[in-house]
Ligand binder design. Structure first.
Ligand SMILES: *Cc1c(COP(=O)(O)O)cnc(C)c1O
Length: 382
């Protein structure tokens, strides 16, 4: 998608455009790292961790190799593993469940709410057993999960609340709460396509717990703070110095980019208002700032895949997040869930469609998408 001329009038994302716009800022930051050569845990990592923690409203941030590792290492740092259960959403990217599996614990999946696709706190409450150690909500598509209710639930049952914030950089809730700062810890991904993306894999944990921070710093680096002295058995999962330098440059623009995404969401809402057969994203009552990592519509009556094909024929690139819920993935057959276990997640998998969304999208591009979608819904067979 990035190396050949875009066949799409409106691509799903346009990272090359963003990078072109930032080259003058990025090049010197990269040159500095190439100059000093400290590619592993160089000074840019600690610098980025400090500004990322500040951005998220936590005391600490720990840079790690990916968002998946951020979640896994949080679980390990909390000694959650074999014999333990962690409750999470059936309708997430598979990494959420795999992070739990990597730690040796069992992912216990629950359904989402119909209207906002976010984990249903009532379903979470019903899934708690004596083995449950943690709740891992996902701020799906850039909108916060219901953290006030989930935090109360976690406190009541003595569970760790761990946020999967991989899609929610900068998202906020009412009452001044910020994604990444409400749970005991949160995992962020800097996968290139995320709202804050590196030029490769990267991730971070945010937390205000000093003990947890120390354990995470050990775990990510072979159990070592002093070279060749290993306090525990750890992992090789550090945020690269080069990626940290790039992220520090990009972070200066994140707040503006999130506002641009929110503007684009407003343009879509205006252009698609009242469109028959279409459901627009729902902003939940506790949400203050949805950061629209994705703009996900629901195709109500038509065949979703036929609509996506029709859009592609008109130069509009779309993606489905996600076509198969975790409990119906072959990789998770071992969990023993059957079809129909999570009706809202299953319906979402059949009907959701993510429209092009990136900070640089123009009103004309949004208009093109809206016209193509209206036309497809008006003509396509059901
Ligand atoms: C991207 C993502 C992850 C994994 O992050 P990586 O950096 O790709 O490992 C985890 N959870 C969710 C919801 C994601 O979107």
């Amino acid at each position: 998608m990035t190396h050949s001329p875009a066949p799409f009038a409106v691509p799903f994302q346009d990272l090359p455009l963003q990078i072109r716009n930032l080259r003058a800022e990025l090049d010197p930051a990269i040159a500095t790292v190439l100059g000093h050569g400290q590619f592993i845990l160089g000074p840019e990592v600690a610098t980025f961790e400090a500004v990322w923690a500040q951005f998220c409203g936590t005391a600490h941030a720990v840079g790690v190799g990916s968002g998946t590792d951020a979640l896994q290492l949080i679980l390990r740092a909390l000694n959650i593993g074999a014999g333990d259960e962690v409750i999470t959403a059936a309708n997430s990217f598979i990494a959420t469940a795999e992070a739990i599996s990597y730690a040796g614990a069992r992912p216990v999946l629950v359904d989402c709410r119909r209207e906002d696709y976010l984990i249903d706190p009532a379903a979470v409450a019903a899934a708690i057993t004596p083995r449950t150690r943690a709740i891992m909500p996902v701020h799906l598509y850039g909108q916060p999960a219901n953290l006030p209710v989930l935090a109360t639930l976690a406190r009541k049952h003595g569970l760790a609340l761990i946020e999967d914030a991989a899609q929610a950089h900068g998202a906020t809730l009412k009452d001044g709460l910020r994604c990444g700062s409400v749970g005991v810890a949160a995992g962020f991904s800097f996968y290139p396509g995320k709202n804050l993306g590196a030029f490769g894999d990267g991730g971070a944990v945010t937390t205000s717990d000093a003990t947890l921070t120390r354990r995470l710093r050990l775990l990510r680096n072979w159990g070592s703070v002093v070279k060749y002295h290993h306090e525990i058995q750890g992992y090789n999962s550090r945020l690269d110095t080069l990626q940290a330098a790039i992220l520090a440059v990009k972070l200066r623009h994140l707040a503006d980019w999130n506002e641009q995404r929110r503007s684009a969401a407003g343009w879509y809402r205006a252009a698609l208002a009242g469109c028959p057969g279409l459901e627009l994203p729902f902003e939940s009552s506790w949400t203050d700032r949805h950061v629209y990592h994705l703009f996900v519509v629901r195709i109500l009556e038509h065949d979703r895949d036929a609509i996506a094909k029709e859009l592609a024929a008109h130069g509009v690139q779309t993606v489905v997040h996600y076509p198969v819920p975790i409990h119906q993935q072959r990789a998770y057959a071992e969990l023993g869930y059957t079809a129909g276990a999570f009706p809202n997640a299953e319906r979402a998998a059949r009907t959701v469609l993510s429209l092009p969304m990136f900070p640089e999208i123009t009103p004309a591009q949004v208009d093109h998408v809206a016209r193509a979608l209206r036309a497809a819904l008006a003509t396509s067979v059901r």
